[in-house]
Ligand binder design. Structure first.
Ligand code: F6P
Length: 503
């Protein structure tokens, strides 16, 4: 029955021809209210999408047929939801919203993390002024986003985030830092990632060269594989563990957030967790289109499955959120960029679109031409903040907000013109997320929303969002360059490039 319902729902979704956006608004004066929600002081406006009664009805059937509600309950219950790796996904427990045992374990680890923050602040590692956070992917993007967004006004440790294996990145990250007063935080779930270990090696060398007598004593490891960190040479007392169930791209809430807590203070870190927990509770307790993560997933899937859109763009109309598109690229593309279902069957339909974006208003003068007049309609998400930081000229802020809202209006309205080059087709969808203010709590809720939306998309598609086998082959091939035998098996083009570079 469920399979039949599923097929029928996808068929309806694929065949639906909803009216133009302007007509949807004309037909329903309450449309804005019906498609807007306020959760954790964040306003979500999904009214400028083509979701209509027929499409929503089909998605409602689909959600039941694929058992989204059961999958959601399994996530919060700490059941195995990562089938290919036979693991639960316990990031919600880091916010106290998972299975009681997992919540307790996370709370214990947070306690340990807090003691370490207190010790660092109290001078146990000497006069620390700066933090060099080394990690890549999920072990860097979350802390980088949060610290960049909220750290501007915090008068605390200076935190630099180093991820790329490129030596230029090392130079830039350490430029101007005093090794003697820099604490290195090495973050790696597996503690086997080449980039991270190579950069930690370089950091140790940097400390050594500066005359630091015990370089390892200035390194803290954050990992789900403590044995590997010990093997690397880090003393057990300086290892902060986190659970195997916490996926890299869902990990900023765990000990991985140590740099966040140091940059913003423990209170702010707790607020971040509480904001995400508030979003967890919304998702856990709300069904149907009232569940904002699910409604957003309905819109995402309508455009990929019905309109064939292959990308979704997000523009942060707030400089403090400039790293949000980068963060979301990993969250959404590494989670849902798959071709098979969780059971290993061919997906048979488009999976995640390409997530990309930038910052408004800069992007208006660079990429918005295509969004307004290009041949492909791309759903656009605007994220902005009503209140600005102290010190920001209110006139700038008003212009910023005005531009943000005007772009959404222009995408939808379009404009007729006798000269085709000057005509805009309009009817282009956009969604708008408005934070009342940007603080740890609202940012936690915002990131939590994106996590749950990613999960809802995955469940509706039948994908496992918690593995990432697609990144392994390239890593393996990079390692194989060291083996002359394996080199000979590479294709001619790659061999010629390797020779050219003298590798
Ligand atoms: O290569 C992809 C990946 O495994 C990501 O999923 C992960 O966030 C990143 O590498 C870093 O991994 P680790 O935390 O184990 O160093």
């Amino acid at each position: 029955m469920a399979i039949l319902d599923c097929k029928a729902a996808w068929k309806t979704i694929g065949a639906a021809r909803p009216p133009r956006l302007a007509e949807l608004f004309d037909a329903d004066p309450q449309r804005v209210g019906g498609f807007s929600k306020d959760i954790a002081s964040i306003h979500f406006d999904w009214s400028k999408t083509h979701l209509d009664e027929e499409v929503l009805g089909a998605f409602a059937v689909l959600a039941y047929a694929v058992d989204y509600y059961g999958a959601r309950d399994c996530l919060f219950a700490g059941d195995i939801v990562n089938l290919t790796e036979n693991r639960p996904a316990t990031h919600v427990a880091e916010r106290g919203e998972g299975k009681p045992d997992d919540n307790h374990l996370a709370a214990d680890r947070h306690q340990r993390m807090r003691s370490l923050v207190d010790a660092i602040e109290g001078g146990a590692f000497g006069e620390i002024e700066s933090i060099l956070h080394i990690g890549i992917g999920g072990s860097a993007l979350g802390p980088d986003l949060v610290i960049d967004a909220l750290g501007r006004e915090a008068d605390r440790f200076e935190v630099r985030v180093l991820s790329n294996i490129d030596g230029e990145a090392f130079e830039e990250a350490t430029w101007g830092l005093d090794p003697a007063s820099t604490l290195v935080i090495a973050v790696s779930k597996t503690f086997t990632t080449t980039e991270t270990l190579t950069n930690v090696d370089a950091a140790l060398e940097w400390l050594r060269e500066a005359g630091v007598s015990d370089p390892y004593g200035q390194v803290i490891a954050v990992t789900a594989s403590p044995d590997k960190a010990i093997e690397y040479g880090i003393d057990e007392t300086r290892i902060l563990p986190f659970s195997e169930g916490v996926g890299g791209r869902y990990s900023l809430w765990s000990s991985v957030g140590l740099s966040i807590a140091l940059a913003l203070g423990w209170g702010a870190f707790e607020e971040l967790l509480e904001g995400a927990a508030e979003m967890d509770r919304h998702v856990k307790l709300t069904d149907g289109t009232a569940n904002m993560a699910l409604l957003a997933a309905f819109a995402d899937l309508f455009y990929t499955q019905n309109r064939g859109t292959q990308s979704r763009a997000l523009f942060a109309y707030d400089e403090r959120l400039r790293l949000l598109p980068d963060y979301l690229q990993q969250l959404e593309m590494e989670s849902n960029g798959k071709s098979v279902t969780a059971e290993g069957e061919p997906l048979g339909r488009p999976s995640a679109p390409v997530t990309w974006g930038g910052v408004g208003t800069d992007a208006q003068h660079a990429v918005f031409q295509l969004l307004h007049q290009g041949t492909t309609a791309i759903p656009v998400e605007f994220v902005t903040v009503i209140e600005h930081d102290d010190g920001v000229d209110p006139r700038h802020h008003q212009m910023l907000l005005g531009n943000c809202f005007a772009q959404g209006a222009a995408l939808m309205a379009g404009r007729d013109h006798e000269d085709p080059a000057r005509a805009y087709p309009g009817d282009r969808p956009s969604t708008t997320v408005v934070l009342q203010r940007l603080d740890a709590r609202s940012l936690g809720a915002l990131i939590g929303f994106y996590e749950h939306r990613t999960f809802a998309n995955a469940v509706l598609l039948g994908i496992n969002p918690f593995d990432q086998f697609g990144v392994e082959l390239g890593k393996e091939m990079a390692r194989s360059l060291d083996d002359p035998e394996k080199r000979t098996q590479l294709d001619a083009s790659t061999r010629s490039l390797i020779e050219r570079a003298g590798l």
